[in-house]
Design a protein around this ligand. Structure first.
Ligand SMILES: [Zn+2]
Length: 597
């Protein structure tokens, strides 16, 4: 590496680059470009090539609330207040400046996409096209390093990667920021200043929406899909029916890349309905002939919470629950699953075959997977394992014949599990060491492949519930405790622990080269026919760490063919086992930063 710039330039650099706040404070900036990112947030590229982000507080806002909205973390308020030389009180007249690097990654991306419209992501990294001004120097390598890598010091590495580039830049120059230097906001893995500080690090790392998809990798010619595969939406909130706009990428289809991804619909009928609505809303008559870049308008109310604007109340509430549940969920370590109690449930059974495609019945394949998993656990781990059923009966006392009512069969399952849970606790097992896994196979839109996990979303698990009737009270498990109740705290803990286990299992599916649902492999509710709920077997269940695993989509031909083979079913059992081991192995108490995928 050679540094052949002058001392004088160094000096100027240090002055300009290390005191941006001072410069902002003393001089009203001329701007090169400016954009309103959300109704409250405006970003500008100043004549000094600084990205100036200004937030207008809401009426009655507080520092913590503002910090949470724009950075994702309420605790960052002090950093922001200090940056503004402000006191503890925030008024709606104040204009609050926020360093770009502190913003939520998606806001950073949106700002950069607008201020630098010619930038793009390529396989080797981020290509930044210098905006500059006519005849004068453009934005400095230091600035570029700060924006995209989170550290100005990386300018040297950037320079090395652009061997023909002098230290100064001029309008139209193209600077490559190598992929390994990029922060998560721009698709890399470098720790930016917005890097999560706590347990949610794991969540963000594994955020299903940020998983790169094949489609996203193809779409490197524009900024609409971010490097990390997180698609970028713009919002039109003033419209009679507010909507988001998504630009179709190369190789993307409306049903998968828009309907399935952004609205969370997975059942064929629901996907069809949503698609029809989107077509009508956009006045599209030929779906097959939509050009790349077509701006698809999606009615806001159809969007999953995570795709709504950063200040949308549903999204904020959703994120708050995730954060809270992650905080409360304290895993315990159990090497080799010592002292762990695993309760396995194969879905359906008896006359309830579950979904049936081309002669492949859900109940029989999932029973087979369950038996394989049980065997592995008994052979290789120190866990105690029990199952809820064999191929004919449920193991209540007395047993329940699965050729009878399937609905009763489901309800007796959670009564049985709750009874097993109580017994485990009584015999001294820690609550966190009991696990419940219900194994199913999906019947979704035929285009979708792979595994998906449902966990009990806190907001769906409230109040108390009981069943009455002879068939129930004939069983010891029901008489023992007919009413099931969850406190809010229990539901939060359950969501957090269950999400962690679900992510461990999904990670292991990927490591075992098993197909995983492309958009949202971990879900806290089912969406179907316009309703949202948590499946009964985990909804009324008391085991804190519990989930329903859909091992594949039997509605997809490829998944179905594979599922017919012993090898595939064994591989799935191995992946679930590995997920369980990881979950109890990875950490003791407290937060952990997950290893990268
Ligand atoms: Zn099922």
């Amino acid at each position: 590496m050679r540094y052949n710039f002058t001392v004088r330039k160094w000096w100027v650099w240090i002055l300009v680059l290390h005191f941006p706040a001072v410069l902002l404070a003393v001089s009203p900036q001329k701007t090169i470009a400016s954009t309103r990112v959300t109704p409250e947030l405006r970003a500008s590229l100043t004549a000094d090539y600084l990205i100036d982000v200004v937030v207008s507080p809401h009426d009655g806002d507080a520092w913590t609330r503002l910090a949470k909205r724009v950075t994702g973390d309420a605790e960052r308020w002090q950093e922001i207040a200090a940056f503004n030389n402000a006191g503890d009180n925030l008024t709606s007249e104040q204009r609050v400046r926020v360093p770009l690097a502190l913003l939520r990654p998606e806001l950073q991306r949106q700002i950069v996409a607008t201020l630098f419209p010619r930038d793009q992501l390529t396989d080797s990294g981020w290509r930044h096209v210098i905006v500059g001004g006519a005849g004068v120097e453009g934005e400095s390598l230091w600035n570029i390093a700060e924006w995209f890598t989170g550290r100005g010091e990386n300018y040297a590495a950037i320079r090395e990667a652009n061997s023909n580039q002098g230290l100064s830049t001029h309008s139209g120059d193209v600077i490559l920021i190598p992929r390994e230097l990029l922060t998560a906001a721009f698709g890399g893995e470098a720790e930016g200043r917005n890097a999560p500080k706590t347990a949610e690090a794991r969540k963000t790392e594994n955020d299903p929406d940020e998983r790169p998809t094949a489609d996203a990798n193809v779409a490197d010619a524009t900024l609409e899909v971010s490097p990390a595969g997180l698609p970028s939406l713009t919002y039109e909130r003033g419209a009679a029916e507010p909507f988001a706009v998504y630009r179709l990428q190369k190789g993307e289809a409306l049903y998968s890349s828009v309907a399935i991804r952004f609205t969370g619909r997975v059942y064929a009928k629901d996907v069809g309905e949503v698609l029809g609505r989107i077509e009508k809303f956009n006045g599209i008559d030929d779906v097959a002939r939509m050009p790349v870049g077509y701006p698809v308008k999606i009615p806001m109310e159809l969007l999953l919470p995570e795709y709504r604007p950063a200040d949308d109340p549903t999204r904020i509430a959703n994120e708050a629950t995730k954060r809270e549940s992650a905080k409360l969920a304290r895993r315990t370590r159990a090497t080799g699953l010592a002292g762990v109690r695993v309760i396995l449930d194969a879905g359906h059974g008896g006359r309830d075959v579950g979904t049936l495609h081309d002669g492949v019945s859900e109940s029989s394949v999932v029973y087979d997977v369950m038996c394989r998993l049980k065997k592995i656990l008994e052979k290789r781990s120190a866990a105690t394992v029990s199952a809820t059923r064999d191929d004919r009966e449920l193991f209540t006392s007395p047993r329940y014949d699965l050729d009878e009512d399937p609905v009763v069969g489901v309800n007796l399952r959670w009564y049985l599990v709750n009874s097993l849970f109580r017994r485990s606790i009584k015999s001294g097992t820690a609550r966190e060491k009991v696990v419940f896994i219900s194994i199913h196979a999906d019947s979704l839109h035929p285009s979708i492949r792979g595994a998906m996990v449902y966990i009990p979303g806190e907001r769906y698990v409230t109040g108390s519930y009981e069943k009455s009737g002879k068939v129930y009270f004939a069983r010891a498990e029901v008489r023992e405790a007919p009413v099931v109740k969850h406190s809010e705290k229990e539901s939060l803990v359950a969501e957090g622990l269950s999400r962690d286990l679900a992510e461990s299992i999904i990670d292991e599916f990927e490591s075992h080269h098993l197909e995983v649902h492309p958009f949202n492999p971990v879900r806290d509710n089912v969406v179907r026919d316009g309703n949202e709920w948590v499946p009964a077997v985990i909804r009324y269940n008391l085991v804190p760490t519990r989930l329903l695993l859909e091992v594949c989509n039997l509605g997809n031909r490829r998944d179905r063919e594979l599922m017919k083979t012993k090898e595939q079913r064994q591989k799935i059992a191995e992946a679930v086992y590995a997920g369980l081991v990881d979950f109890y192995d990875e950490r003791e108490d407290g937060p952990v930063v997950a290893a990268s995928r």
